[in-house]
Design a protein around this ligand. Structure first.
Ligand code: SF4
Length: 361
């Protein structure tokens, strides 16, 4: 066994965190954990993991779940395609594989939402298959240990890192090894100011030996995020002390597929109120009803991975039932039922700030 591999195993057994998915070889539990924690820190995601496993403790329960319920549990985690893919793949495993996970890497990788990293994690941890799982933590550790200067998000850099990860793999216990190197990256060889002086690998670490710890790993800079201007029409109808709010469901092909929001006017730039009221969407929503624009919010900035949203909310009140169209996925929802709907974090924040969170005034 490579000396680095032996060290990582030893270090992990001394330092690993006691996390719920570590005490199981159930591929379903491992899969859910790997998908949630791909883009989310452990302390932020752990309550989501517990809620998700509480609601859907096995693959059959997830396969039978209603999409809206899955999205509601995912609300706030972002990257909603992950939730759609989980549901799709659970249904496929139940219908095509009789509810039993494929055990090998290649077949796992054919499932929607399961890429090379997740397939290697499931195959090694649940089925003891010798596959090296390389996530961001592992890539950082390897780039530093071996002094890899090619960007870790370039094809060349990824290939070099994957080759070294495979060379370090403990073929007798690949699941433990993969978790060990990931945990070492998450807790010790951290992105900023790792404690190299107290690191058991410092003698073998090219980055430490050559004073490159702060420069490795290298990343190719992403292009500037696209800017989008959203103008939300928050249409409220008050009747007998109750409030109804107009919501629409987002469709596939853009961000937030399947989540709910207010009727939206998107433009290439910020729109003045005088221009907004002339917009065809505004006219379609208002029709010939009496309305009052009660307030216009300040600008909200919402950062997504490749996009930046600049958003204003136009709070509009009606004295009579406003536009409502099942066909166009637009419906008036009672305020007391709003908590049943999955929202993007931005909309949820606005509803809460306005006292429209479904908990009453
Ligand atoms: S010496 Fe520093 S950079 Fe190298 S593996 Fe250890 S913590 Fe990471």
């Amino acid at each position: 066994m490579h000396v680095i591999t032996r060290f990582l195993r030893f270090w992990y057994l001394q330092n690993k965190r006691d996390l719920p998915w570590r005490n199981t070889d159930d591929p379903y539990a491992i899969w859910i954990a790997e998908v949630i924690f791909q883009q989310t820190r452990i302390n932020q995601g752990i309550s989501y993991y517990r809620k998700f496993m509480g609601a859907f403790p096995h693959i059959q329960s997830l396969a039978m779940a209603d999409e809206q319920k899955v999205l509601k549990l995912w609300q706030g985690l972002g990257y909603y395609s992950r939730a759609h893919n989980l549901l799709h793949t659970a249904r496929e495993i139940v219908s095509v594989y009789q509810g039993v996970f494929p055990t090998d890497y290649q077949r796992l990788k054919l499932l929607k939402g399961i890429g090379p990293y997740t397939a290697a994690a499931i195959a090694s941890i649940a089925f003891n298959q010798p596959c090296a799982a390389v996530d961001g933590n592992v890539a950082r550790v390897i780039a530093r240990l071996y002094g890899i200067r090619d960007p870790m998000n370039s094809t060349k850099g990824k290939k070099k890192i994957q080759t070294m990860a495979e060379a370090l793999l403990d073929n007798n216990d690949p699941g433990l090894h993969n978790q060990a190197i990931m945990e070492f990256g998450a807790l010790h060889c951290v992105p900023l100011n790792p404690d190299c002086l107290n690191c058991g690998l410092k003698l073998y670490c090219v980055a430490f030996q050559n004073d490159l710890v702060d420069t490795l790993p290298v990343r190719v800079k992403r292009s500037k995020p696209k800017i989008r201007w959203f103008h939300y029409l928050v249409c409220c109808y008050r009747h007998n002390e109750a409030t109804q709010v107009l919501l629409q469901q987002r469709l596939a092909g853009d961000i937030w597929n399947g989540l709910y929001e207010f009727p939206l006017i998107e433009a290439d730039t910020e729109m003045e109120l005088t221009t907004l009221v002339e917009h065809p969407v505004f006219k379609q929503i208002i029709q010939d009803k009496q309305y009052v624009i009660k307030r216009v919010s300040g600008q909200y900035k919402h950062q997504l991975s490749h996009q930046k949203l600049l958003v204003r909310f136009f709070h509009i009140e009606f004295d009579e039932v406003c536009y409502n169209s099942k066909e166009n996925h637009v419906s008036l929802i009672n305020e007391s039922n709003l908590n049943d709907y999955p929202f993007p974090r931005l909309i949820d924040r606005y509803l809460t700030e306005m006292g429209l969170s479904g908990k009453g005034y």
